[in-house]
Design a protein. Structure first.
Length: 274
């Protein structure tokens, strides 16, 4: 059986170049090179200035559309850089889904960095400020209703825990925070957050899981002091979600030979189980 991340339609550089040039003539003749791929999308750097992301699985197509719909209003409410779609592509030739182009964001993904304990302590504060701002966004201020979590990210059966999931106020949730989606600057401070396809209205524990993956337990208090009160069940489920996600990332990164991401997943599991 093929892994869940196996592309249903593979987009290579030639196909991306052809589709982009047909819909955006200003990029005819521009450089196009593949810069990454994940479970859902293939990403291409165009003209050294824009990143175009193409879904490669049907399940991911609505996620790109969600980014195009909501990220302009989310971006203006956050102090750090996030993808804000500039180009909206449509199905063409033998490619059946919408795709999007974004200005390149500065920074390097956290999985490409070797962080000291002091730098992770600083990251705890950076994550707290970012998540506080994100979770404080008034859902009613968005131009449309943000979809709910449709796959049960905190489902106890999925997480293999014998405890009811937390309830309470739902907020704007990134939905897929881990090392690959955090951008750090030259001083290893958080400067951007990418890949918002799992954006939804959900429980904050989904996003709080990133703290368990990126910050040693002894420094969790630094995050909590800056973020604000988090009840015990929410914090436990954030840890449950972190363990589940880190194991999935470890399996994925091992299968594709991504050493940096594999190391980040192993570090996350070491923090979670400390």
């Amino acid at each position: 059986m093929n892994p869940v991340w196996t592309p249903e339609i593979e987009v290579n550089e030639e196909k991306a170049r052809r589709i982009i040039a047909a819909q955006f003539p200003q990029f005819a003749g521009a450089t196009v090179r593949r810069v990454g791929s994940g479970w859902d999308n293939a990403a291409f750097l165009v003209d050294e200035r824009f990143v175009f992301r193409f879904p490669q699985r049907a399940i991911a197509a609505p996620l790109i559309e969600r980014e195009m719909e909501f990220m302009p209003s989310i971006a203006e409410r956050l102090a750090i850089a996030v993808p804000n779609p500039v180009y909206a592509g449509v199905p063409q030739f033998d490619y059946p889904w919408r795709f999007a182009g974004y200005e390149v964001l500065q920074g390097e993904t956290a999985c490409g960095k070797t962080l000291t304990l002091q730098q992770r302590r600083r990251l705890a504060e950076d994550l707290a400020r970012f998540l506080r701002a994100l979770h404080d966004i008034d859902l009613g201020s968005l131009h449309a209703e943000l979809p709910p979590d449709r796959i049960g990210k905190l489902d106890p059966l999925r997480l293999k825990v014998d405890e009811e999931a937390p309830t309470g106020k739902h907020v704007v949730v990134h939905g897929d925070l881990y090392a690959r989606h955090l951008l750090l600057d030259d001083e290893n401070a958080l400067c951007g957050v990418i890949d918002w396809g799992d954006l939804h209205c959900g429980h904050p524990a989904v996003d709080l899981s990133v703290v368990h993956m990126m910050v040693p337990p002894r420094d969790h208090a630094i995050f909590l002091d800056a973020y604000g009160n988090v009840d015990e069940r929410t914090w436990r489920f954030a840890r449950h979600r972190a363990r589940y996600h880190a194991n999935m990332v470890l399996n994925y990164s091992s299968s594709i030979g991504d050493d940096a991401l594999q190391a980040a997943a192993r570090t996350a599991l070491r923090f979670i189980d400390a």
